[in-house]
Design a protein around this ligand. Sequence first.
Ligand SMILES: [Zn+2]
Length: 295
Amino acid sequence: MSGATWLPPFVDHHVHLQLVEADRLRGSGLAGVVDLGGNPAVVARSARGATAAADQGAPYVRFAGAFLAAPGGYPSGRAWCPDGAVREVRSPGDAEEAVAEQLSYGVSVVKVTLNADAGPVLDAGTLAAVVTAAHVGGVPVVAHVEGGGMTALALVAGVDALAHTPWTEQVDDGLVRRAARVGQRWISTLAIHAHDEDAQRSAVDNLGRFHDAGGRVLYGTDLGNGDLPLGVNRDEIAALVLAGLDEDAVVAALTDPWPGTLHPDGLATRILGVPPDDLAQLPAWLVSAEVGRRH
Ligand SMILES: [Zn+2]
């Protein structure tokens, strides 16, 4: 087959560069990555390194800085959690300081954790103060939600995006519609549940209803968490198709410049051939993508 299809740049909207170095993503189909939690000084350094190496095929990096968490809250104490990656937030006043610290590193988004299954979570007042301070600083807020009621807590607080499709609860239709209506984005991360059928079924069901309601889905894999392919993940795309996304919706999820409004200049995606008619062939076709640079 001759000829190529050109698409906007592909982005993995959920990675951890302290667990998988940006260098290892050179030559993959990913033109950009969004780091959703780490030691902000270390991640900021990786982002600068990737920018300097853009000509050698490193992806561009946007990042969230530290995980803002309740004292003792997730992911404090997790074996994979790097030193300095958690910033405990004690009060609404402290929330302003915590957000200012992240902004001083040049973050594009602020990350909070709301994991009721793994310790204390931020109270509504402190969470609201994080959201307000981030918005005043011009960046959105993304939340890790896990455990009963956490999706609702994030939505009521005005959180802009979920770092994972909820998988520990069936999100009720009213909440799903409301999330879609206010423009909340859900980062997919469906393939991380490959070894937990119930969790994956639940996440695919939640994401499918969110998409049907007009919700904005972002492709993301939590790259760095466990053993995932370095590049565009075929299983993640297959799961998006399973959730009911068609070709245009999958491409939209891969090419959204969130948390920015534009991609850096000069980037595109190049794939040999034309999109397959059969959706079952779509994952393999998209995985063959290369970053095309236009100078
Ligand atoms: Zn993650």
